[in-house]
Design a binder for this molecule. Structure first.
Ligand code: CA
Length: 90
């Protein structure tokens, strides 16, 4: 993960090529959606696997943390005019 500081790119985080972050095993076909899912003013990443599992991943400034994991049938992404507006959990 890289961050631009205004004059150059800085390396912030990497997984040493192990295909994991915060316990999420990245696979071909995974979807990653950025959004402020916990409404703290900073974006998280919602990872959704093709097998139906979803996990909310949050960067704490030094590493990624898994906030929750659910079966996809218990989440619903809300869109308005093709713009993501919210996440509904049940
Ligand atoms: Ca947030």
């Amino acid at each position: 993960m890289l961050k631009y500081d205004g004059s150059d790119w800085q390396g912030k985080w990497h997984n040493n090529g192990n295909r994991q972050f915060a316990g999420w095993n990245m696979n071909k076909g995974d979807q990653f959606i950025a959004g402020d899912f916990d409404q703290d003013g900073r974006d998280e990443i919602l990872a959704i696997a093709q097998n139906g599992w979803a996990k909310l991943l949050k960067y704490d400034g030094s590493d990624w943390q898994g906030k929750w994991i659910r079966w996809w049938q218990t989440i619903h992404l809300a869109y308005e005019n093709d713009i993501y507006i919210g996440l509904i959990l049940w």
